[in-house]
Ligand binder design. Sequence first.
Ligand code: ADP
Ligand code: MG
Length: 701
Amino acid sequence: MYDVLSQNIQYLHGVGPRRAQLLNEELGIYTLHDLLYHFPYRYIDRSRIYTVHDLSDGMQYVQLKGRILGYETLGKGSARRIEADFTDGTGYVRLVWFKGLKYVERTLKTGVTYLLLGKPTLFNNRFNIAHPELDVLKDDSSLDGITGLRPVYRVTEKMKRSGLTSGAIEEMVDAVFSQLKGLSIAETLPDYLLSRCHLMGLNDAIRKIHHPESLSVIPSVELRLKFEELFYVQLDVLSYAKDRVIKYRGFRFSRVGDYFMRFYHECLPFELTSAQKRVIREIRHDLGSGRQMNRLLQGDVGSGKTMVSVMTMLIGIDNDYQSCIMAPTEILAEQHCATMQRLLGPIGVRVELLTGTVKGKRRQSVLDGLQDGSIHVLVGTHALLEDTVNFKNLGVAVIDEQHRFGVEQRSRLWLKNEFPPHILVMTATPIPRTLAMTVYGDLDVSVIDELPPGRKQIKTAHFYDKAVEQRVQLVRSEVAKGHQVYFVYPLIKESEKSDLKNLEEGFRQICKQFPDLNVGMLHGKMKPSEKNDVMQSFASGELHLLVSTTVIEVGVDVPNASVMIIENAERFGLAQLHQLRGRVGRGAEQSYCVLVTGYKLSENTRRRVEIMCETTDGFRIAEEDLKLRGPGDLEGTQQSGVIFTFKIANIARDGELLQQAREVARQVVDEDPMHELPQNKILWSQLKLQRKTNTNWAAIS
Ligand code: ADP
Ligand code: MG
């Protein structure tokens, strides 16, 4: 059965090499199976044919039946287009094509009757339909008896230009079904789960999603297909996690010793928040359990994750193991190293730095210290993943701001000791629960949901870029209080010259506006030592203003900075705006964040700005981000190597179903850890098949 559907799409009736290539490249469809899993995103009532007279503004897709009176090619260059007059006797609509003009010219016919599908828009008092789909009707009787719903499939502009329309996909899908004849599509879930969860069979669901007899069946069809999708991701993640528990023993850190105690009682510069204390308890429990810890620590910017990592590493040291902490940027690594040397030096803990710029003798002495065990804590960038970096006995690895690291990089940390070290992953990009479940699989999650006391809520405002005076005033009044200010410019790609020009231009202007203040500039193209110098002079208060790209986005901690001005804020996503804002509000003083934009804003941008002005709650921002952008674009997920390949489920909306699918998957894994039960045979073979073709979700932790 699977064999028929695994056939190459190219050999399906009506496809051929050219179309196959388009399907491969544009939609990732390679086989008949892939085509059947390209689901329609909506349906049109086939029996309903509108008249031009009936059209009203705001209508969605409609079907019209009529003729083309004539057409012409207008405009030049990129404005070239074809316009045609279409009528059905009750009125006229204007059809317009901007793309694929050659194909349209070749195929458009006057004097035949067309069945047209398109979305009318009112323009200059007249309905226009851009890029309609046209099917020639042989004679009127061919419409007789047509009832039911017509599926509408997503196709790209490039496909449309070659005539590969939704209608063409529909024909291909039908060709698959006629090739299948009476054969049914092989079930992917065992019977007992179908009946336990009240799910429709796969064969039914696939046939009905393409050709529903009525819209009322859609919910149960979708339920089945969404469940399957979510369930297999969860089964993947959870069974992988189960294997891990079976395979790996963890180092048991049974005691909390002198280092931890002395630090806690004598060196701690402040009282821990109760959230920090709770998380440290959770971590202590993990470390003593005999299982390898694999914990995600979520805490909003400024919530004090660094201190939690310090205490975790101390427990490692108390048990005669080394620790390391990996940060995504050199600036951050240096900052962490300085903080930890200051905190831990007095109790005799040796902390060293390893980044790409630590070279020669200094590097050798670090490498030696790691091997002979005299270095207790190594702070670094991804440089510490290199093969030449060998520990005597690495017991705890902390990964800070983890969304910057890829899966592969993280997994290399595991190999730094005979048994993998305990892993603590810290992130300030809060992730909605549903997403965390999917992306992080069976990572245990701790949350710091409390800020250190005395912090004032950051005030956020939206200024237009023309309102220069407003910005100047704010900067002046804050600097007069002895505070410092960040100006951030977007830099999409560090290599883009135009962006750098943007930053340099901004820097010049700011220098002109504030001739009496010390202004520094920071960007990713600078040498590490230059970056470090600028950062140092800002941290020491020598510079009043820092004009920067997003290199300061992550982790940088200068509590005296009280204003964050984000230029071209429309070019940043919500998560990034939130990260940037988190650079201020780290001291006891009132802080401000200003989002500067032009006058013209898209709906989406306006919403982002509103949300930022409304709330500083990172979890809320993450939820809103998920809603606005969809999971595929969510910050962090792309970098972390997770490609969201959901075809029908939407984790922003299907959270409840996800939860349910996860529960069922957990039961299966618990009941059948060794994959032996006959009733689950179908599940494990399906999982194997999917692991071959899909992203390995579970390996991500
Ligand atoms: P993040 O969670 O963003 O990494 P940091 O660990 O950089 O936050 O902490 C932010 C600031 O708050 C630092 O200056 C840190 O010293 C301070 N801090 C952390 N915990 C506390 C606390 N319990 N009380 C007061 N200040 C704290
Ligand atoms: Mg941090």
